[in-house]
Write a protein that binds this ligand. Structure first.
Ligand code: ATP
Ligand code: MG
Length: 169
């Protein structure tokens, strides 16, 4: 078998909120292969978002290891982690996390501003991503002028845009 893309060993996450400790993850081990489609399911509060945040480098574990394509994500410093996320991760948040003062188009274009792409190419990729989620005619709307499902689709376009959209990937 080829190396797993995600390799998690004995991962834990304890949130400290004043005097209260919440153990969100306790000794999780898991491998995810290339091309595998995985659904994580559990009761509300069981730690599914916490696990995804750690895999995506949005949050850090308090114990154990999470390797993504061989990179120990928890060991990267803040700016290394930001670069790694920009180049490797598309994330649709449970709450959409759209920027309220930016239009749908600008929200989708935002991660592309951190790449080497020029303005014309960014516009083409962001437009393609919005078209793919059926929101080509809402690109100048602000998030508050969209329905909840439309906001979620903008978040999907933002997570999925980039050069790979061209390859239909
Ligand atoms: N920033 C935080 N500080 C303190 N506790 C937190 C924090 N974020 C999450 N928790 C707690 O950690 C546990 C796991 O939270 P998490 O968001 O991973 O749950 P979830 O499985 O995604 O739930 P849901 O299905 O409701 O989205 C919960 O008990 C939650 O209250
Ligand atoms: Mg959640």
């Amino acid at each position: 078998m080829t190396e797993p893309v995600v390799s998690i060993r004995n991962l834990s996450k304890v949130y400290q909120q004043g005097d209260i400790q919440v153990t969100a993850l306790n000794g999780v081990s898991l491998d995810i292969g290339a091309g595998e489609f995985l659904a994580l399911m559990g009761p509300s509060g069981s730690g599914t978002s916490t696990l995804l945040h750690i895999i995506a480098g949005v949050d850090r574990p308090t114990g154990g290891q999470c390797l993504v394509q061989g990179v120990d994500v928890g060991q990267l410093d803040e700016s290394g982690l930001a670069d790694w996320r920009n180049q490797n991760v598309g994330f649709v948040f449970q709450s959409f996390n759209l920027i309220p003062v930016l239009t749908a188009f600008e929200n989708v274009e935002l991660p592309l501003l951190l790449t080497q792409l020029g303005g014309r190419e960014r516009k083409r990729l962001a437009t393609t991503a919005l078209d793919l989620v059926g929101l080509g005619d809402r690109s100048h709307h602000l998030p508050r002028q969209l329905s909840g499902g439309q906001e979620q689709r903008v978040a999907i376009a933002r997570a999925g845009d980039g050069p790979e959209v061209d390859r239909g990937g």
